[in-house]
Design a protein around this ligand. Sequence first.
Ligand code: UT7
Length: 319
Amino acid sequence: MKILGTGSALPKKVVSNDDLALVMDTSDEWISTRTGIRKRHIAVEETTTSLAVEAAKKALDEAKVSIDELDLIIAATVSSDYIYPTLACEVQAAIGAKNATAFDISAGCSGFLFALSTADAYFRTGRFHNALIMGAETLSKMMDWSDRSTCVLFGDGAGAAVVSAEGNQLLGMVQGSDGASGMALKCDNRPVNNLYHQMGTQTYSYTEMDGRAVYKFAVRTVPNAIGEVLEQAKVPVEDIKYFLLHQANLRIIESVAKRLGQPMEKFPTILEDCGNISAASVPILLDKVRKDGMINQGDKIVMAGFGAGLTWGACVIEW
Ligand code: UT7
């Protein structure tokens, strides 16, 4: 497969750590020293669909693939606007991609990696040729805004890539899941509730995270996954130009860099300005490094995600 174009979209409203400190018991000092996050974009007029459509249109413009040629649309999200129809189907309708099969993937912050892997697997059947893959979230609506330990961490946004079955950019891919540890990061759906059985009252649920457990999972799993995918691709770690990691916490990224013995210059970040945007973090970062002219033909990059499930994924791409 080959990435033909990328795009991203962020809500207009920017909320700084100081802004949050005005409305809850927190501080810029706590948030920035523990996480590296300084601000985040929060949806006011935007929705998950509108952000995904904006990112998708930019990726399609760059890819120069006609809408009719698009035969696959995969959206990775945990915060679609509807339980159904899916976000991918909403984007399909908005861009008029009538020939595409569209569906969502729910794999938390690993979602974009899972979508890329799924597109690659579909391409290998020979039945699909051009895919639009996206990570898009409005996590702000999933936050308990009275829980300072979670709500300061997350932001909203979308990233997209158009990928084609032609080409051999993908040198390696690993994925994994540990459902047994899944309750460390969760958001309840509706409980069973019908005429015959009621398990609870119908209330909205919000993101709950055991931050320390997820932190430990990330610093253990991500370097292992990257080591594994580099071995699979037969690429020495020194040959990787950039490591594009899920943007959850600067300390996690620093720890991964240390474990891999690689300088932090190889780990570009957007979390200072965007916070953690779950499935959208990696594709927004990919779009940014490309648009900043940081990737040239022949460069090898690693992308890695980790999060709810618990799940993880890592790939090596040669540009
Ligand atoms: O994208 C999915 C993947 N998610 C992640 O990778 C997140 C991984 N986890 C983390 O990044 C970190 O665990 C956090 C940033 C979430 C938390 O950092 P921590 O160093 O583990 O802090 P903590 O949760 O242990 O809290 C330390 C203290 C507590 O106070 P006490 O009990 O020590 O008095 C908290 O109440 O910090 C307090 N605290 C806050 N203080 C000011 C928690 N949130 C805040 C806040 N402002 N926003």
